[in-house]
Design a binder for this molecule. Structure first.
Ligand code: PSU
Ligand code: MN
Length: 301
C-alpha cells in the first residue's frame, strides 16, 4: 500500500539518515510558483547535510514516502490537490484521490515507513476561540501516539500558543527548546512562553531518542522547537497588527475547518508585503537543516 521510494527504502534499511518532509506547506502553505522552488530547496538542504529527503504525499490514492521530480511538481502545481490530515488517509486511498499531507498524516506515514525524524514549519494546535469552535489541530492527538522526532519552529502564531503548550503537556508529548529556554513563535524567535527543557546539539537530541526507546516510552513524538534566528524573524509589532486583522477577516468571512490555517497564512503573506513569507521560509530552512543533523546523529547512535 505504502510506496516507499527506492532511495528512501535503501537508506532506512541501511540505517542511514532520512528526513521526512510534509507537503501541505508546499501545496497549501506557500504561494505558487515559489512553492515548487522551496520544495526542491528543502530536499537539497537535507542532501547537503548528508541525509536523504522523504517528502510525503498521496498521489492517485497511493501514499508516497519519497517523491521523484514529477511527483513533487504535481504536489506543487496540480489544481484540486487536497489537504489530508491522518483521518483522511483511508478516504483518499479508497477514492484514488491526490493530496498533500499535514503534520499528522506525514508523521503517521513516515513512522509506517520507518523514518524517525521529520522537519516542518510550525505544528498545528489549539486555535484561539477554541471554547466556541473546538478547533484543535489533529496534529496534537496524532503526535501523542506516534514515536517520531519532529523539528518545528514551535506552533503557528495564529494559534493560542499557551493552550497548545498545555495540550502537549496533557497529552504527554515531550517538548524541548533547541538552544533556547523559550518556546519559539514560528514567525517570531520567542512566543513569550518558556519551555522546561533545552537541548543544544544533534547528539543530545539523539540521546533523548535513545532514552525514549530504552524506556519504551512515552510512545509519543519528541518535539524539538527550533527558533527562527532573531535577525530573520518577522517584526513583532507588524506581526501583532497583521495577525489581529487576519483573525477578524477569518471570522467576518465565516472561514471554518481545514480552510482556517491556509486562510490565515495567506492573509499574513499579503498584508506583510511578503515579510511573513521570508520569516516562514527562514524557519523551515533552519528546521530542515537541524533535522538532517539529528537524523545523522541518530544513525550513528
Ligand atoms: N505550518 C506552516 N504552513 C502550513 C502548515 C503548518 O507554516 O501549511 C500546515 C501543516 O501541515 C499543519 C497544518 O499540520 O497546517 C495544520 O492544519 P490544521 O490547523 O487544519 O490542522
Ligand atoms: Mn483545524
Amino acid at each position: 500500500m505504502l510506496v516507499v521510494s527506492e532511495e528512501v527504502r535503501a537508506a532506512t534499511e541501511a540505517r542511514e539518515p532520512v528526513v521526512a518532509l510534509e507537503s501541505t506547506i508546499i501545496a497549501h502553505g506557500l504561494p505558487r510558483p515559489r512553492n515548487l522552488l522551496v520544495a526542491r530547496e528543502l530536499e537539497e538542504a537535507v542532501r547537503r547535510e548528508g541525509a536523504v529527503p522523504a517528502t510525503i504525499a498521496v498521489l492517485d490514492g497511493r501514499p508516497h514516502v519519497g517523491l521523484d521530480k514529477e511527483q513533487l511538481e504535481r504536489v506543487a502545481n496540480e489544481d484540486g490537490i487536497r489537504k489530508l490530515g491522518h483521518r483522511d488517509l483511508p478516504l483518499a486511498v479508497a477514492a484514488g484521490a491526490s493530496g498533500a499531507t499535514t503534520v499528522s498524516a506525514t508523521a503517521l506515514l513516515a513512522s509506517l515507513a520507518g523514518v524517525r525524524v521529520f522537519a516542518t514549519g510550525g505544528l498545528g494546535g489549539v486555535h484561539r476561540e477554541w471554547t466556541v469552535t473546538q478547533d484543535e489541530s489533529a496534529d496534537l492527538g496524532l503526535l501523542a501516539r506516534t514515536r517520531i522526532t519532529v523539528v518545528c519552529a514551535g506552533v503557528k502564531s495564529i494559534l493560542d500558543v499557551p493552550a497548545t503548550l498545555q495540550r502537549l503537556e496533557t497529552l504527554g508529548v515531550p517538548v524541548a527548546g533547541y538552544g533556547t529556554d523559550r518556546f519559539p513563535g514560528f514567525y517570531l524567535s520567542d512566543s513569550g512562553h518558556p519551555v522546561d527543557w533545552t537541548l543544544d546539539s544533534p547528539e543530545q537530541v539523539a540521546a533523548v531518542m535513545r532514552a525514549q526507546d530504552a524506556l519504551d516510552g512515552p510512545g509519543s513524538a519528541l518535539v524539538v522547537a527550533n527558533p527562527v534566528p532573531e535577525e530573520e524573524q518577522l517584526d513583532p509589532d507588524l506581526h501583532a497588527r497583521v495577525l489581529a486583522g487576519a483573525l477578524r477577516a477569518c471570522e467576518a468571512e465565516g472561514v471554518t475547518g481545514q480552510a482556517v490555517t491556509p486562510f490565515l497564512l495567506d492573509h499574513l503573506v499579503r498584508h506583510t508585503d511578503g515579510a511573513s513569507l521570508s520569516a516562514n521560509l527562514a524557519a523551515v530552512r533552519g528546521n530542515v537543516r537541524l533535522a538532517a543533523r539529528i537524523a545523522t546523529a541518530w544513525s550513528r547512535a
